[in-house]
Design a binder for this molecule. Sequence first.
Ligand code: FAD
Ligand code: SF4
Length: 508
Amino acid sequence: FKEVRLILGDQLNPKHSWFKQNDAVLYVMFEMQQETNYVRHHQQKVLAFFATMREFANALASLADVLYLQLGCADNKHSLTENLNSVLQLTQPQKFSYQEPDEYRLVKQLEEFEVSENTAIECCSTEHFLISLQHLDSYLPANKAPLMETFYRRVRKETGYLMADEKPIGGKWNYDHDNRNKLPDKVSVPAPLAFENDASSIADMLAKADIKMIGTATADKLDWPITREQSLKLLRNFMQERLPLFGQYQDAMSKRCYLLFHSRLSFSLNTKMLNPREVVEAAIEAYERDPDNITLAQVEGFIRQIIGWREFVRLIYWREMPSYKEKNFFAHKNPLPKFYWNADTKMNCVQHAVSQSLETAYAHHIQRLMITGNFGLLAGVHPDEMDAWYLGIYIDAIEWVELPNTRGMSQFADGGLLATKPYISSGNYINKMSTYCKDCYYKVSAKTGARSCPFNSLYWHFLHTHRGKLANNPRMGMMYRQWDKQDTEAQEAILSQAQHYLADIDSL
Ligand code: FAD
Ligand code: SF4
């Protein structure tokens, strides 16, 4: 072989220009304990990654030579660089190529990897993201506070998505305000598209290797898309059944359906089976075909997540790593409550978000941000523990996107680089956006007392504790004015209720 090309588990882009020329090329792919064990992953996540990698390798094998090391293979060294060393020693290629990894730890591993002097190394783009990292400085200059809205508008202008004559179609850039509704009983939610992929042989292999995982899985009916065809089917299904109400109920939470009107496309996107451009273009096409059914607010809300937030957090990650991983603005140090691992809590909202995550490896954005994230922040949990939980439990969790969302957006551990204020709320917001409170053990209207909603007292306790760090934030002024309006006795009762809850958080 003249060239060995490495394909990582989240680089499953069948449209990559690499595959136009495969003569004298050997593709290598590895299932490794380095990847299964760096954090405790959800079972469905490991099954889905390996199943998807195997499908990809099988399809590629009809075009090119592929060396695929399964986890159980005797030759597998379970370390990326050791596996590569073995392959390169055996094949002595003129060139070793890899695509830019999306994770810092893998970039470092490959940058430090040494090959023989007869082999050249080449790193190329994954051809996935809209913004190349070479232009990072131009989009997020080091000396300027990054603002997602400014970034998003620039990307809209550059791509021309939902633009006419250099102006946003409809005259507005952002329809967030139209998009914050609770789900009414009369709105029916379509059943999610089901996949029944058989990953039982992978499950057996993981059990044999004694890989420690979390959550549950039905391995012979794995409900995630594992090929590009399945991902395209999911994309089409989303356009027909969910996009029409996506934006409107984007922030709603309900026990009626774990997915509501979300797309569940993050796994297909993050493994690169789907390209963000094709997803966005499919949404715009669906809107243009049927603007009465899919309004501008829905489609704008959706594309903002992909060309806005997804690209933005990636640039934040690369601008701020490796120090971002150490940020802990509030110096929080509490352990993660035990109920994050078993959903054993009387708080109905947390119980539902966690049990659903353990069962499906999925929670939508507001469940992640305003239930589990919000609670962790109010409870003063160390951001390392929050990160490890989010990085393990979700099907789409890869550090480049998990870390800025968790540490930055949800835990404000970066002191406000990504979010302009902490995403915290009392029970009131949760009650407004969900149906959780009406059958909860706790009373959402109560701030103190045995059954008072823990989010209420913890919310005020958090604001009180971090006054020195937050009071000058212009977006927090109203909250502090509300707190200051309460008399000292009421304040003391709330703080002591919070302390009581914090003292035995696992029993909530
Ligand atoms: P939809 O609601 O249908 O949105 C469409 C797409 O937009 C998603 O598939 C995703 O690609 C993109 N998107 C939406 N919001 C974001 C965002 N904030 N950042 C980046 N992309 C976004 N997303 C991940 O992909 N991996 C993670 O590990 C991850 N961890 C998160 C941790 C926390 C604490 C929070 C608050 C959010 C996290 N997110 C993460 C972002 C978001 O919650 C998920 O992308 C989304 O829930 C995936 O479900 P979906 O495909 O149905 O999304
Ligand atoms: Fe959650 Fe409080 Fe509502 Fe219970 S009352 S569901 S704990 S917000």
